[in-house]
Design a protein around this ligand. Sequence first.
Ligand SMILES: [Zn+2]
Ligand SMILES: [Zn+2]
Length: 385
Amino acid sequence: MSQREWIEKDFYKELGVSSGASQDEIKKAYRKLARDLHPDANPGDTKAEERFKAVSEAHAVLSDPAKRKEYDDTRKLFAGGGYGRGGFGTGAGGGFSQEFNIGDIFGGATTGDGGLGDLLGGLFNRGGTRTSSRPRRGADVETETTLGFREAAQGVTVPLRMTSPSPCTTCHGSGAKPGTSPRVCPLCNGTGVVSRNQGAFGFSEPCDECRGSGSIIDDPCVDCHGSGIQNRTRTITVRIPPGVGDGQRIRLAGQGEAGLRGAPSGDLYVTVHVSQDKVFGRNGDDLTLVLPVSYSELVLGTTVSVPTLDGRVGVKVPPGTADGRILRVRGRGVPKRGGGAGDLLVTVKVAVPQKLDGDAVEALKRYQEAERAGGFDPRAGWAGA
Ligand SMILES: [Zn+2]
Ligand SMILES: [Zn+2]
């Protein structure tokens, strides 16, 4: 935890207590919130999980009188007019969100000074070395799931079971043994970086004492060995939207790995595989289907009942339909993201009987003669070739 974050965060508000609250009131407020927001009580609820982390973080600071005093002092210094408003903008967040690197100016005065210079030096130097000292965001997690063709087309809710690092349930992610809390690193003053002077220049580098985390754990939690995270198998329920295609990746924000010591969680990416269907194929939002028909059905015309995703539909084959023609049934395809649906594309394909009984053969021969007598020549277009 760094002072920069202390300035931006209102731990009292997080716990719903006044800034004059007693240690007892703080403990009570935290216990109730921790119970209500605990991840085990709210599976899959990322908002509750984030609040839970924020509340744990607030409690870790406010429950420790020394740390609470330091927090109060830091906020007073920056909110009280001095550096907060006059120098760097109106809101606490506004001033520091700019990449305002004043480190070089203060850099020379910071080392070993122990007073205001340390605080400012640490704060502003962070502008240039932010990546090394900010609590590390949890990693993104990749997983896969295989859906049936119709599930993918219509949308489905699936449970995903996965093992990944989560906030330790024993220490609630702080890494410190329950009843103790991490203390601010004395070497870097909680900023995670230290400044060194070389000639006229001030350099910042990650603090060795706390390995850039800004805090030191004297009494590590035995279950997570001080890391604040542990592997947990969890099942989350994922709503797959209708119309997802084979190989598509879906992003679920905040469902990835837990961040170290209360940093934000990463995202979860689910790659969806869609299995083949015996009847249907897909072309974007259009559903495709091959409809086997007999020669006589194509010649004489017919109406055939064909399956759809949610029932059946009658498809009219007009008399004289050519083999291979595609008949379009509007709006009976795959549901679209913004509403509506694609079309159902029915390709007619002649099925030729491999065996016919005598009567049918006789009839077909008579038909063939009548066809020739009528002047039908299937290769008329080839005249002269
Ligand atoms: Zn732990
Ligand atoms: Zn340190």
